[in-house]
Design a protein around this ligand. Structure first.
Ligand SMILES: Cc1cc2nc3c(=O)[nH]c(=O)nc-3n(C[C@H](O)[C@H](O)[C@H](O)COP(=O)(O)OP(=O)(O)OC[C@H]3O[C@@H](n4cnc5c(N)ncnc54)[C@H](O)[C@@H]3O)c2cc1C
Length: 274
């Protein structure tokens, strides 16, 4: 990150495109003036001049670092300003920040990736990496859920993933409609039976806090070991470099020790699912 420079100083970045994903979610295609070499699960701080800064995990391929994509849900001041951006606008980026997925530890393992809603964004970046290294893992499964078919991110890409022989994928929506031919129900409904060696398998969960809470409980019940359950922890952040303590979870700073943390590290602390 910004070697030799002020860690708070953003890299000038051009908005190349804005892709409408769902009524509340857009993907920004961004070209930073300097490449940002991130690993899946790491995040960046995005500055909207005159408005503020907020953390986002790239949803794009980590092996491409001169261009990156952020998939952003509109929830407040910064994200609303993001949704008003246009092609050619200038924003700032600092990063990559934090720790991503320890993919080398997943070698020769069976991997289950569980996503909910906007959690598909960091997971897309992870899946690209897992696809690129697919020969290294025993099995790869993806289970994803969102509120409704119209809120499903990356529809066309998910269809292509469905054709991959080395991926076992199932999706669900909370509320079905005429356009949806798949499962209806919450994501925990499609976790079991899973057809993998849960005792020795890796589980990766990213999504809204409540979804992560219930998915983690279900994974534990299925036999996954706490150190093998990896969670992407979202917290309000300020400095994003392990100084200010805004994002503390017990002994850990989500920005510096995470955002990807294994469940054994944080399960005993209060407000894990805050
Ligand atoms: C490491 C990390 C990666 C993230 N990646 C993504 C991503 O890829 N896509 C995406 O859409 N969002 C992501 N988020 C969440 C995003 O940072 C917040 O939605 C954003 O900070 C909200 O800013 P705002 O000014 O629009 O909202 P605000 O006006 O600050 O707040 C609006 C509401 O959102 C809550 N909120 C604010 N910040 C956060 C936060 N960091 N986590 C949870 N709730 C928050 C506030 O408590 C309030 O209820 C990520 C967060 C973290 C920490």
């Amino acid at each position: 990150m910004n070697n030799g420079h002020n860690p708070y100083s953003p890299i000038k970045t051009e908005v190349i495109d804005m892709i409408v994903e769902t009524p509340m979610i857009k993907t920004l295609k961004l070209k930073p003036q300097e490449p940002i070499a991130f690993a899946a699960g790491q995040f960046v701080e995005l500055t909207i001049p005159g408005v503020g800064e907020a953390p986002f995990t790239p949803s794009s391929r980590p092996s491409v670092n001169d261009m990156l994509y952020l998939t952003i849900m509109k929830v407040g001041a910064v994200t609303e300003a993001v949704h008003r951006l246009e092609k050619g606008d200038t924003v700032g980026l600092r990063g990559p920040l934090g720790k991503g997925y320890p993919i080398d530890l997943f070698k020769d393992k069976e991997i289950l990736v569980v996503g909910g809603g906007c959690g598909f964004a960091p997971l897309r970046s992870l899946m690209y990496t897992l696809f690129e290294r697919s020969g290294e893992f025993k099995k790869l499964l993806f289970r994803g859920g969102c509120k409704s078919a119209k809120e499903l991110l990356y529809k066309h890409e998910l269809e292509q993933w469905g054709e991959k022989p080395d991926l076992d994928i199932r999706l669900t929506v909370d509320v079905g409609d005429a356009s949806w031919k798949g499962h209806v129900g919450v994501v925990t409904d499609i976790l079991d039976p899973i057809g993998m060696d849960c005792q020795n398998g890796i589980a990766i969960v990213c999504g809204p806090a409540m979804m992560m809470k219930f998915a983690t409980a279900k994974l534990s019940e299925m036999g996954f070991q706490d150190p093998n359950i990896y969670l992407s922890m979202e917290r309000n952040m300020s400095c994003a470099i392990g100084k200010c303590g805004h994002c503390r979870i017990g002994l850990y700073y989500a920005c510096h020790d995470g955002p990807v943390l294994s469940y054994d590290k944080i399960k005993g602390f209060r407000d894990v699912w805050a």
